[in-house]
Write a protein that binds this ligand. Structure first.
Ligand SMILES: [Zn+2]
Length: 381
């Protein structure tokens, strides 16, 4: 396909931008940031580069309108997850309308659509009014230090985060909480059950309560945008050697959250489980601590952005669908900073897995719908 946006998408996939906080000594975002900045400059878009931490920088492209109006931000992350097990992660093979490669769907497809859209506006007479900001950020796949740095210095009246939604206009997504649980035992020779207390078996009691809680969470009435909450045991460690009673077991678990749940609900639930288990067995020893969380996000119900996004898609011949996404995105950070956001990006499959692709036609439709959106949204007051 000769389309210039698809060409640039292939260039982006060919650049290794694996997140260095996720994968030791990975390439990071430097090379891709340089390529994006050069592309924007070549298209007469003003470029700003802002260092987030040494060797990692956000790239901004700004298009000023000819008149006063509203400001719109398009935000996308440049980093990808690792490439273990992939045959040719940086070779953008095109097959049956799909473009393969690491980051093709998550989210170089969305990023290419946004870059293509701002370049198109710049080339074809500029932005009629308002202000358009393209924000290409670092580190979404780890701790979102790019989006956190962005909201410290940039403001906008609304934003579109181009994560892959299969063309759905996502007006919210779930949050998550991470909790560490520890159980204690007593180390002893494996032949001396009277002396030993098994920390791993004790964790088993916690795990079976967590399984029950998860079933209960998933059987609650679903939130219209977020669906139901859930939890899973992510990592577990314990024990010293085969012939010794383990004195300690540590579990790290994740709880996915929906609107209306308390900021540390996962910790409270785990503490309740520990309290119950201790009531049943006074010898039971366990503790829990809160590790990290991100809140769920909802686009303000009365905001014009989702409706305008719908009409832009309709103009491009695509039936708009509104809904929510299961995964957390940088829209959570933008929204919390006072920039109402939707998530909207191309279809595909295999994000974070060994065979990832994006649908080329969707990337083009995304770009064209974003152009329409900018023209309409930025002209408003
Ligand atoms: Zn992503």
């Amino acid at each position: 396909m000769a389309d210039s946006t698809i060409q640039f998408l292939r260039d982006l996939i060919a650049i290794n931008s694996v997140n260095p906080s996720l994968v030791h000594e990975a390439a990071g975002e430097n090379e891709i940031a340089t390529a994006i900045a050069a592309k924007l400059r070549a298209g007469s878009v003003d470029v700003k580069i802002e260092q987030v931490v040494p060797d990692r920088a956000n790239v901004f492209g700004v298009l000023e309108g000819k008149q006063e109006g509203r400001s719109l931000m398009w935000c996308g992350h440049m980093d990808t997850v690792g490439v273990a097990g992939m045959e040719s992660p940086f070779d953008p093979i095109e097959k049956e309308g799909r473009i393969y490669g690491r980051g093709s769907q998550d989210m170089k497809g969305g990023l290419a659509a946004m870059i293509g859209a701002i370049l198109d506006l710049s080339k074809n007479g500029g932005l009629p009014a308002g202000r358009l900001i393209l924000a290409a950020v670092v580190d979404e796949e780890y701790a979102s230090i790019g989006a956190e740095a962005l909201v410290r210095t940039w403001k906008a009246d609304a934003a579109v985060v181009g994560e892959p939604t299969d063309m759905k206009i996502a007006v919210g997504h779930k949050g998550f909480q991470w909790v560490e649980v520890m159980t204690e035992g007593i180390a002893a020779h494996g032949s001396r059950p009277a002396d030993g207390r098994d920390a791993i078996v004790r964790m088993g009691r916690v795990l079976s309560r967590l399984e029950k809680l998860d079933r209960e969470l998933q059987s609650r009435p679903p939130h219209p945008v977020h669906g139901t909450a859930s939890l899973h045991a992510s990592l577990i460690a314990g024990g010293r050697e085969l012939s010794t009673y383990p004195d300690q077991c540590t579990l790290e678990m994740e709880r996915r959250t929906i609107e209306g749940e308390a900021g540390q609900c996962a910790l409270e639930e785990v503490q309740n489980i520990i309290r119950d288990l201790r009531r049943e067995d006074p010898e039971f020893r366990s503790s829990a601590r809160f590790l990290f969380s991100r809140a769920p996000y909802l686009t303000p119900a009365d905001h014009v952005l989702p409706r305008m996004m719908e009409s832009a898609l309709t103009k491009k011949g695509t039936q708009p669908v509104r809904g929510g996404m299961s995964f957390w995105t940088d829209a959570g950070i933008l929204g919390e900073a006072g920039i109402p956001s939707v998530v909207f990006g191309p279809g595909g499959a295999g994000l974070h897995s060994v065979s990832e692709y994006v649908i080329a036609e969707d990337v083009i439709t995304c770009r064209d719908a974003l152009i329409e959106l900018a023209k309409e949204f930025c002209c408003g007051k």
